[in-house]
Design a protein around this ligand. Sequence first.
Ligand code: 5AD
Ligand code: SF4
Length: 348
Amino acid sequence: MDIKAIIQKLYDTNDASREELLYLLDNIDDDSKKFLIDKAYKTRYKYFKNTVFIRGLIEISSYCKKDCLYCGLRRSNKNAERYRLDTEDIIECAKRGDKLGYKTIVLQGGEDAFYTDEKMIEIIKVIKKELPTSALTLSIGERSYDSYKKLYEAGADRFLLRHESATKSLYESIHNNESFEERRRCLRDLKEIGFQAGAGFMVGLPNQTNEDLVNDLRFVKELEPAMCGIGPFIPHKYTPLRDCSAGTTEKTVILLAITRLLLPKVLLPATTALASIDSNGRNEGLRAGANVIMPNLSPMSVRKKYSLYNNKAFILDEDAEYRNSIEEKLKEAGFELVVSRGDNPDFV
Ligand code: 5AD
Ligand code: SF4
């Protein structure tokens, strides 16, 4: 097999077989990596030019009933500082974000039973009433079809639920035997209900192989999510994976680029995790096909408590308040920040 021919095929057809993707991941070198990133950038440019969409991220709760082995918010972490924001806190943050030019608000939290359907519907309705032209994204974990449907009908537009890993054995090994099928059921339901749904996975998980990453790539190709969050695994000191090594910028960037080629119109964030392991991570992600950033809008008082992994970027670039500085830096790197909802082109 010829590695550049595989990349060219990905560029021309937005598809490649399992064998081709595996060959690409196993054999990529500096020269072919440049070729890949160039093709991914050209593909992004075709649909999005050099624009970057911004989302204001509000971390609504650090309580979680799940026990994912990699995450600092897992319920077994007795050192985690727990908080939850009430409706008023959330609305205030969302309005502050709107004034700063964030026309998508993302509410993210652990799986916290406090946020019942009724509570979420109340929050969604107030945000939609106050900010009728903004998009509202939820990222609050696994729920029933009926629950998702109610949240959609209340006005939520998008839902992020990373599949985390498309290999059943790897998924189960890092999720305390939570159901792999149930996670996928959620994603299918979200899509069917009409949400712009976001899947995604971590790169560099302990024992993750290139075969596993090929499973992730084929899974997202087949699911065709509107969004896909890809970031490096980063160990957290109060989790069982504390001594494992983190994913790398290089590998994450390669996966972003291949994902852009497989799903040319996908909304692809240069994630905070990527920015956290590498001060140039955001720009490298954007150059490899990413087109979204999600700076933090949470109240200052809770930021350190929302600790999924260690060394999370608290740098200005990840702080929504510094919008002008973010815009300036993007401009220096050749990108243009746009103030809009930033929908997936297939949903406009
Ligand atoms: N390293 C990297 N990403 C993590 N996430 C959770 N814990 C970690 C970690 N230690 C990611 C998961 C989750 C998203 C909100 O954050 O993929 O879906
Ligand atoms: Fe909870 Fe999400 Fe962390 Fe898992 S990754 S423990 S579901 S906050």
